[in-house]
Design a binder for this molecule. Sequence first.
Ligand code: 5GP
Length: 177
Amino acid sequence: MRRPEGAEVLIPEDRLQERVAELGGEISGAYAGKDLLVIGVLKGAVFFIADLMRHLEVPCELDFMAVSSYGSSTHSSGVVRILKDLDIPLAGRHVLLVEDIVDSGLTLSYLMRNLQARDPASLEVCALLTKPGSARAGVKISYVGFALPDAYVVGYGLDLDQKYRNLPDISALSGSG
Ligand code: 5GP
């Protein structure tokens, strides 16, 4: 699978997989003795979740939501419509929301308010990637894979016009920083 023209690898596959395994170890330690409900947001987080869950050593269930964000393709507005809701109720559950990438944090902030209202026993966030502005929305991200510079990235679930999700590494588009 070819990368987009001029794209530069930021995180090679071996470094990515090594960090995902580390995150799995950290999360397993933090939830020792508890059952976990892992929630992913379609579609970008699918590859990350599939790898991360194979490193979790606590009993865990998996559920997905699909959302669409109003705004342009490169800037989210924080106004989110739920296209597919969860199948599993959150009340009393230890919930880990897994995100592919947090940019402005607006999507995450909306999702956290929505999920918190369903009364989970705990609610934490794991994001594979964060961008420099992600702290501004004020959501605590307990587990971060990599803090990236401000660039548009593709691969490992992340798309450009729905393509390149199947690249095994993360690359930055040239001139996107
Ligand atoms: P936020 O609301 O944090 O600004 O936007 C988060 C969403 O925007 C992510 O879940 C992802 O769908 C999309 N996004 C933000 N930055 C990138 C990027 O660099 N590459 C790709 N493929 N999607 C991105």
